[in-house]
Design a protein around this ligand. Structure first.
Ligand code: SAH
Length: 257
């Protein structure tokens, strides 16, 4: 199960933290590290020294330009944050997250991404809104921010513990595949375009509409098949809106003149 958990570092600026992350991951049996737009040279003498023998993970780590690219195949994306956000999102502790993992990873195609932010500013609201849930390590509220590699150590430990304690998978039927992050993002793009086409959404006055629809949809954990149905409904809505636009313009008296 641990093989299907990806640790994603966004905009890391200290090579020592990348090395420290590799060590924390390897200690806990995690191996899949991905870097998003690092703000430092990822492999330096400090990386290797802090990795203490786990630098192979950094050498193997793919680098992506955006968070979406790094998590495109993941069916559960969880963002780690030291502070609360203006639009509250489903919150979990590392322990609750660990407890969810055996069920989350039951399907063969399931992949989990745990996303960690920049040392100075964390993850942006837009990045956090791309996640199904947020994980917060309950720290001293007056001093809540852990060192990046230390935060990963805590979360990775709970993942390991929960996976070790999980009962062996029985022969229950495999769950329906969930929509991947990429399928969800295509849906959100399509939804936004359709809402603009039918005059429901004005991007100049967004009023958190898309963020709220994101939160609602991500909370529902749609299966791939359900996402396909919703995409079909959007396509039919757009077709209908376009044909009624054509109808309206041919009804106007000076049309075609
Ligand atoms: N100053 C930043 C914190 C950066 S710490 C801020 O205010 O957001 C770097 C990263 O470590 C964070 O983006 C988060 O992913 C993780 N992290 C640090 N402390 C955490 C905590 N208490 N709970 C969950 N994640 C934490």
């Amino acid at each position: 199960m641990l093989e299907r958990i990806r640790i994603v570092l966004v905009g890391t600026s200290h090579p020592g933290n990348i090395g420290g992350t590799a060590r924390a991951m390897h200690n806990m049996g995690l191996a899949d590290l991905a870097l998003v737009a690092p703000r430092c040279e990822p492999i330096t003498a400090e990386t290797v020294s802090r990795a203490s023998g786990a630098d192979r993970l950094v050498h193997q780590a793919p680098t992506f330009a955006s968070l979406e690219d790094a998590v495109s195949e993941c069916t559960l994306v969880v963002g780690a944050s030291a502070r609360s956000r203006t639009l509250p999102w489903p919150m979990t502790t590392p322990r609750q997250l660990g407890e969810r993992l055996p069920a989350e990873l039951a399907g063969e195609e399931s992949r989990v991404a745990l996303v960690f932010g920049r040392e100075d500013s964390g993850l942006t609201n837009a990045e956090m809104q791309r996640c199904h849930a947020h994980v917060h390590i309950p720290t001293n509220p007056d001093f809540s921010s852990l060192n990046l590699a230390a935060a990963i150590q805590v979360v990775a430990y709970e993942c390991r513990l929960a996976c070790m304690e999980a009962p062996e998978a029985g022969d229950e039927a495999a769950p329906e595949p969930l929509a991947s992050h990429q399928e969800l993002e295509h849906y959100f793009d399509h939804l936004e375009r359709t809402l603009i086409d039918i005059g429901f959404h004005d991007p100049a006055q967004p009023r958190q509409l898309m963020a709220r629809l994101r939160r609602f949809t991500l909370r529902a954990r749609p299966e791939r098949m359900e996402m396909n149905i919703l995409r079909g409904i959007l396509t039919a809505t757009q077709r209908q809106a376009a044909s009624s636009d054509r109808q309206d313009s041919s009804d106007t008296p000076d049309a075609g003149s």
